[in-house]
Design a protein around this ligand. Sequence first.
Ligand code: ZN
Ligand code: ZN
Length: 108
Amino acid sequence: MHELSVVRALLTRLKPYQHREIRRITVEVGTMSCVDGERLQFCFDMVKEEAGLSGAELVIQVVPARAECRHCGRHFTPDKAGDACPCSSHDYTLTSGRQLLLTEIGFG
Ligand SMILES: [Zn+2]
Ligand SMILES: [Zn+2]
């Protein structure tokens, strides 16, 4: 379950802020990031107490992928990896959707 290592990396990033009471952690997860939101939530809930974050809630904002086709120039939203452009080309650039970002820390 690689979501657990994602959570561990997140906890490391939160360490410097834990002298204050963290109530909310917001992350942006792209639909092409290979991270499952439900599993991410599950892993966070599993470790949050031992990490001293029992009062914190994880908010996951799913960001749809965006792609630009090199063949027809169209911008479109692939649902999953391997989806073709409406022109049926697979030659496109993902301009968004791979991100996994810590965007906000809410303090109590
Ligand atoms: Zn363009
Ligand atoms: Zn196209």
